[in-house]
Design a protein around this ligand. Structure first.
Ligand SMILES: Nc1ncnc2c1ncn2[C@@H]1O[C@H](COP(=O)(O)OP(=O)(O)O)[C@@H](O)[C@H]1O
Ligand SMILES: [Mg+2]
Length: 226
């Protein structure tokens, strides 16, 4: 068995701004996350949850400490290396679905595979099978503006997982959904992650959702408090 954690952060620091306006947002975060783990991050607004998630997702750089993902030290990666690494290994889900408005549901889902230069036919078939899983088969050709918020968010989840990433990062993915849609979304998401042994980190305000995960990290003022 390989015991190396999938994600290993040590003393991660993040500072925004410079000089007198410098703001230390992450004050030394150390964490290890294993393969297939389902983890929640909770904490009040402004605690640094999104900043931490963006750093783990290679969308933002750290100012101190170290970060290894899949055994690679990502802190030294160039911008090109980071985007290639993200495309191959990480799927993102945001509070707003961030679908491209000029593309249909199925086209939005296909995008990560097309970026990887997979065949269009293969991407379309894979996207279709995900639409089936989400009960959205009859919505494939619809534009995001023709879908409900809950449907858009399910399309966003399909887009995040189509490339079989080892890691899914979700930043308050149910923040704009009602209770029924929220529970539906996380249930499908967690089920898919368990089937594929995908690691998921979900930032949430919703303690009911946090209770469905195996571990919860509490963040307060840039530090892990439990
Ligand atoms: N790009 C940025 N520039 C300056 N300050 C930022 C930036 N992004 C976030 N912050 C600040 O960092 C702190 C943590 O923000 P964030 O990680 O978004 O918190 P959370 O997601 O827990 O609500 C906040 O005080 C926020 O204002
Ligand atoms: Mg946030």
């Amino acid at each position: 068995m390989d015991n190396t954690p999938l994600i290993k952060g040590e003393n991660i620091q993040k500072i925004y701004g410079r000089g007198r306006s410098a703001l230390t947002v992450l004050k030394g975060i150390s964490l290890e996350i294993g393969s297939g783990e389902i983890l929640a991050i909770i904490g009040p607004s402004g605690a640094g949850k999104s900043t931490l998630l963006n750093i783990i997702g290679c969308l933002d750089s750290l100012n101190g400490g170290s970060l290894e993902i899949l055994g690679r030290d990502v802190s030294g990666f160039s911008v090109e290396d980071l985007s290639g690494f993200r495309n191959r290994h990480i799927g993102f889900i945001f509070q707003q679905h961030n679908l491209l408005p000029e593309f249909s549901a199925i086209e939005n889902i296909m995008i990560p595979l097309l970026i990887r230069r997979e065949k269009k036919k293969y991407a379309r078939e894979k996207a279709m099978s995900l639409l089936e899983k989400f009960n959205l088969t009859d919505r494939a050709a619809h534009m995001p503006s023709e879908l409900s918020v809950g449907e858009c968010q399910r399309v966003a989840v399909a887009r995040a997982i189509i490339g079989d990433p080892q890691i899914i990062l979700a930043d308050e993915p149910t923040g704009s959904l009602d209770r029924a849609n929220s529970m539906n979304l996380v249930e499908v998401l967690f089920k898919l992650c368990r089937e594929n042994r995908t690691t998921i980190i979900i930032v949430t305000h919703d303690l009911q959702i946090a209770s469905l995960t195996e571990r919860t990290i509490s963040l307060l003022d840039g530090k892990i408090v439990s």
